[in-house]
Design a protein around this ligand. Structure first.
Ligand code: MG
Ligand code: NI
Length: 473
């Protein structure tokens, strides 16, 4: 008799999702689906607005990654205006992006994922939070908060507020950097470097004991996609699209992000509101690719900053070719935190960052603009078509987390097959399934809605809908 297990509200992620597991007669998992259960409709209700308003509106997609939308939307606006953004404005935008990636990564690692590593996958679910970390290791909780605060303050010091700043605009940014704020950020660099390195070394030291998770939590072959710098270094704002396969071979290189539609198409499934982007040449669903920290480190040939370089080389030695276990998203995320700190220091160390020419002005010069950046969770696209007055007529946004949709579903299936025994369900089994989703750090708020309380309810259902078993917390 076929049974279904439902994880109603996946916990410790950004947004709302549920997981259903369909069991076969032996109580083994046959199928798995991650359903994203809300829809937002930004692409529709923004139609008719002037393109200059879109950075401010699209930033409201999300309270975690407003900066990413602000940047992608402003870059699409740069394209519509057909201007060259002043170099200092480009560097200021990059600075804000590094602050954004850093704070978001610290949130995922210390607040959402570390409880599983520090306290254990089978520990009391009530303790699996930042509060549980604080009880077990107060210094780790404090330093995790400190790292995130540093990133948030970079955003605030540049844009005058932490969430929904309107500082980035088509053509550049709306104000130069105050010299005193440059000093303030630079003065904190040594402390946050020390914290980032400390937890990188701690997590690296834990990896041997997590080797079972690395095997079972989303270990599969896929393509990897992201932006890459001119010399093959990590790049989050400029650069070109690169795609590598599971063996690390380059399939696409130096593709202008404006031409993303040549390699990415989107599929729709009836059981979820999140679309499934795929690599067009391989078709759906074979064209599964991953984006985000794991993908960025897999497509790069070097980190490009001295301290992160050492960890980058270690990361790449974990597996031959590309690193295919989704569990290593966590390690990649920590390496990126250190890299972001180094890049913030590098950008601020050049005095030209205080230049006051930070904005180009123009009207509509092209009727189509594409903005692409690396958001914390991966490659983000904003694609706008406008009329001659600048009113937006067509919008397509491909959200970073959406790019990982096929891979997240695959990861859930692999973990469920490895850990879930439908004949004797335990909370720890299901937490392992959720942990795969957390490794990807999806921001479902970006395509769905805001955070709320997220109780978890797991139901074991018979085909006729009768409830056979339930676990809730
Ligand atoms: Mg879309
Ligand atoms: Ni988001």
């Amino acid at each position: 008799m076929e049974k279904t297990i439902t994880i109603e509200n996946v916990t410790r992620i950004e947004g709302h999702a549920k997981i259903t597991l369909t069991l076969n007669d032996d109580g083994k998992v046959d199928q798995a689906h991650m359903h994203v259960t809300q829809v937002r409709g930004f692409e529709k209700f923004m139609q008719g607005r002037p393109y200059t308003e879109l950075p401010g509106i699209t930033a409201r997609t999300c309270g975690i990654c407003p900066v990413s939308h602000l940047l992608a939307s402003s870059k699409a606006g740069d394209g519509i205006m057909a201007v060259r953004v002043p170099k200092t404005a480009v560097n200021l935008r990059k600075l804000m992006n590094y602050g954004q990636i850093l704070q978001s990564h610290a949130l995922n690692f210390f607040y959402l994922s570390a409880p599983d590593f520090l306290l254990g996958m089978d520990s009391d679910p009530a303790q699996r939070s930042l509060f549980g970390i604080h009880a077990a290791n107060p210094e780790m909780a404090r330093e995790g908060v400190r790292l995130r605060k540093f990133g948030q303050q970079v955003i605030e010091r540049l844009g005058t507020k932490r969430i929904h700043s309107n500082w980035v605009i088509p053509g550049g940014v709306n104000a130069p950097l105050e010299p005193s704020l440059r000093e303030a950020i630079l003065s904190e660099i040594p402390e946050v470097k020390r914290i980032a390195t400390k937890y990188l070394d701690w997590f690296r030291g834990q990896l041997p004991q997590f080797s079972e998770y690395a095997q079972n939590m989303g270990q599969f072959n896929s393509l990897f996609l992201g932006l890459i710098g001119r010399e093959g270094e990590l790049e989050y704002y400029d650069g070109h699209l690169r795609v590598v396969d599971a063996a690390g071979n380059i399939l696409v290189d130096r593709l202008d992000p404006d031409r993303y539609a040549e390699i990415i198409a989107e599929a729709v499934e009836p059981w979820t509101f999140l679309k499934f982007p795929y690599y067009r040449p391989l078709g759906y669903p074979e064209g599964m690719y991953r984006v985000g920290p794991l993908a960025r480190l897999n497509i790069a040939r070097k980190a490009g900053t001295p301290m992160a370089e050492r960890y980058f080389e270690d990361f790449r030695s974990l597996e031959p070719g590309a690193v295919n276990s989704s569990f290593y998203y966590h390690y990649a995320r920590l390496i990126e935190i250190l890299h972001c700190i180094e890049k913030i220091e590098e950008l601020l160390s050049d005095i030209s960052i205080l230049d006051t020419h930070v904005r180009a002005s123009a009207g509509v010069n092209q009727l189509h603009g594409v903005g692409c950046t690396e958001a914390p969770r991966g490659t983000l696209f904003h694609d706008y078509k406008v009329n001659r007055d600048g009113a937006v007529e067509h919008i397509n946004m491909i959200i970073a987390s959406g790019n990982n949709n096929l891979a997240m579903n695959r990861g859930v299936l692999e973990a469920a097959k490895a850990y879930v025994d439908g004949t004797r369900l335990t909370e720890g089994m299901l937490n392992r399934v959720e942990a795969v989703v957390r490794a990807f750090d999806p921001c479902l708020a970006c395509s769905t809605h805001a955070l709320g309380t997220m109780p978890i309810q797991v139901e074991l259902l018979a085909p006729d809908g009768e409830r056979l078993d339930m676990i809730s917390r």
